[in-house]
Write a protein that binds this ligand. Structure first.
Ligand SMILES: Cc1cc2nc3c(=O)[nH]c(=O)nc-3n(C[C@H](O)[C@H](O)[C@H](O)COP(=O)(O)OP(=O)(O)OC[C@H]3O[C@@H](n4cnc5c(N)ncnc54)[C@H](O)[C@@H]3O)c2cc1C
Length: 564
């Protein structure tokens, strides 16, 4: 419980960049919003909360499990643990709507303490909501109670130790509540890093990334989070579900976990039946709480090279991405904006910003040849970057891509965590701002792009809106699409406005046989679409796993699985 974000926005108070001055003009022109601040969030004292419901027996059991000082039900902690960071979450918090806040927040410090908390909640009949960094954008940490009266937020932030590093095997065993920057900082002393950089990097935890099967911006080169996980340890109400190997779960004679030497006796791969690690990854807290992970780490990058190219159109750009991925020469970061997102990116950079970053010749060429912006990034040893970049550059030149140089690529890298901070400033100015994502095969990607754009445009037609998209996270068989929506907010019903748009986009995604989520997870908000994706037997299999791990059904009710 060290660093804390603003309760109704992104980052610590005062952190992050301001909205650039010239963006106000763009907002006025394209969305018809005034460009100055029109609404401010309520203060913490004004947030509406119900009195907490915690039976004396439950409180005493939680205090025994984690220590009395780590069982809190004060206003501040209940509000801070009440929601994730979606547009709907922020709208509600800014308006002071927090009636469903968890009744109590408990922060255990070890696997054994987590197990004791789960035992107490099962015995006393309370819902448990695992909380990592709280950056879910799909309602994953919403304190839904299901059939229980009390919601207990299980704050995993104190499980933040780097337990062991095996430099030889490039493995690190870590606590699930460790945040990504702190992990990379600790690994750097070994010359290592994880290389998982989602846009939520500053706040997301490794346990949350595992529970949601997150994908970082460099997933094309470094893999999705699940590919970085060698093993997991999960406390469930029914006991421990560990894929760490017997030794990792071993305790000394006093019952304390064995720490201080690398106790993971795993193997890089195994054919020992179905992969239980895969059952835990993506389980979103409905089976239990992940307490430890063994992660595959890599050397710190000696060099980074980020650059930009212009492709003639989004369709042509997607073809180029496909060729790069299938020839196995894709950059580690590959991100192609469509025409609208390219326009917005350049507008937010401003003329002066563009002129600073792009050579005069490229700037002149851009005037005659608008198109789609591709950010390409490589990380590693200089020689390795040169070796991998050369065939990618040859391929891009062969499809007539226009090189814009390193300036805009490096500018993108420098600003890649700015978006969520700017979102707060846009909310202040009456702008609906939200993102959604999916993935499809190369054969279906361009049609999916068109149908989701059309669905969003139709649903938002009552007010000016801009829908931009980029293709990223490349695979040999397809890629992800990530949409960003900006619209003039419906002041009377801002939540209803977005719900309608999200519903239309989700329906368009499943109608196109694409996935309802490539990396944001299912949470509460996507649960309605999951049966279409995994079928009724798939849902039954998940329910059976839940029944085995969580017979009382206390773990994260209302998430992942649709209501029965
Ligand atoms: C601005 C912004 C940008 C984002 N960018 C990306 C991105 O680039 N890529 C990406 O993949 N995602 C992104 N996300 C989504 C989010 O950051 C990820 O889903 C992340 O993995 C969540 O990590 P967390 O620690 O914050 O988890 P939380 O939000 O705390 O929890 C997420 C879910 O996992 C469960 N959970 C958390 N910890 C545990 C645990 N230890 N054991 C069991 N269950 C647990 C929770 O109950 C919840 O259901 C973004 C979100 C925001 C707000």
């Amino acid at each position: 419980m060290s660093r804390e974000q603003k309760f109704c926005g992104w980052g610590e108070p005062g952190a992050g960049p301001e909205l650039p001055g010239h963006a106000a003009g763009e907002l006025r022109d394209r969305l018809g919003v005034p460009g100055e601040v029109v609404s401010s969030p309520v203060s913490l004292a004004e947030v509406r909360l119900r009195a907490p419901v915690v039976a004396a027996g439950l409180r005493a059991a939680l205090e025994r499990a984690a220590g009395a000082e780590w069982v809190r039900d004060d206003r501040e902690i209940r509000v801070l643990r009440a929601a994730g960071k979606s547009y709907l979450d922020l709208l509600a918090l800014r308006a002071g709507e927090c009636e469903d806040a968890p009744d109590v927040v408990v922060a255990p410090a070890s696997h054994e303490q987590v197990a004791a908390v789960l035992h107490a909640c099962a015995e006393h009949g309370a819902a448990v909501i695992p909380f990592g960094g709280g950056t879910s954008v799909v309602g994953g940490v919403a304190p839904l109670r299901g059939r229980f009266e009390t919601a207990v937020c299980l704050d995993l932030g104190r499980l933040d130790a780097v337990l062991d590093v095996d430099e030889r095997s490039r493995l690190a065993r870590v606590g699930a509540g460790l945040r990504l920057p702190e992990l990379d900082h600790a690994l750097a002393t070994h010359g290592l890093r994880l290389g998982h950089v989602p846009q939520s990097y500053e706040w997301a935890t490794v346990g949350g990334c595992a529970a949601t099967r997150s994908a970082g911006q460099a997933s094309t080169g470094f893999g999705r989070f699940e590919e970085l996980v060698a093993a997991v340890r999960c406390a469930t109400p029914a006991g421990e579900l560990a894929t760490l190997g017997a030794a990792a779960a071993r305790s000394d004679e006093t019952g304390a976990p064995v720490v201080g030497r690398f106790s993971f006796i795993g193997a890089p791969a195994s054919a020992a039946g179905p992969d239980l690690r895969a059952l835990v990854l993506g389980s979103e807290g409905v089976l239990g709480a992940i307490t430890e992970l063994v992660l595959r780490v890599r050397p710190v990058a000696a060099e980074r090279r980020y650059e930009a190219w212009m492709l003639r159109s989004f369709d042509a750009g997607c073809e180029a991405l496909r060729a790069l991925a299938q020839a196995e020469v894709a950059p580690d970061v590959a991100r192609l904006s469509d025409e609208d997102e390219t326009r917005t990116t350049f507008a937010f950079a401003g003329d002066a910003g563009l002129a600073r970053r792009v050579s005069g010749a490229a700037l002149r060429a851009l005037r005659y040849r608008p198109g789609c912006l591709l950010i390409a990034g490589w990380e590693g040893e200089a020689a390795d970057i040169a070796r991998r970049r050369a065939p990618a550059v040859r391929l891009l030149r062969s499809v007539d891509a226009l090189p814009l140089g390193r300036g805009p690529g490096e500018a993108w890298r420098a600003a890649r965590f700015a978006g969520p901070h700017l979102r707060d400033a846009l909310l202040d100015r009456g702008v609906l701002v939200e993102t959604l994502e999916t993935a499809a095969t190369w054969s279906g990607l361009v049609a999916l792009h068109a149908s989701v754009r059309e669905a969003l445009a139709r649903a938002l037609a009552a007010r000016p809106a801009v829908v931009g998209c980029h293709a990223s996270h490349l695979y040999p068989d397809g890629a992800s699409l990530y949409f960003t929506v900006l619209a003039r907010q419906d002041a009377d019903d801002p939540a209803g406005q977005w719900r309608a748009a999200k519903r239309a986009a989700g329906d368009a995604i499943v109608a196109a046989d694409a996935t309802i989520t490539h990396h944001h997870a299912v949470g509460r908000d996507h649960a309605r679409w999951l049966p279409r994706e995994i079928g009724p037997l798939g849902i039954d299999v998940l329910r059976a796993a839940k029944q085995a791990c969580d017979p009382a059904g206390i773990m994260n009710p209302g998430k992942l699985l649709p209501d029965e």
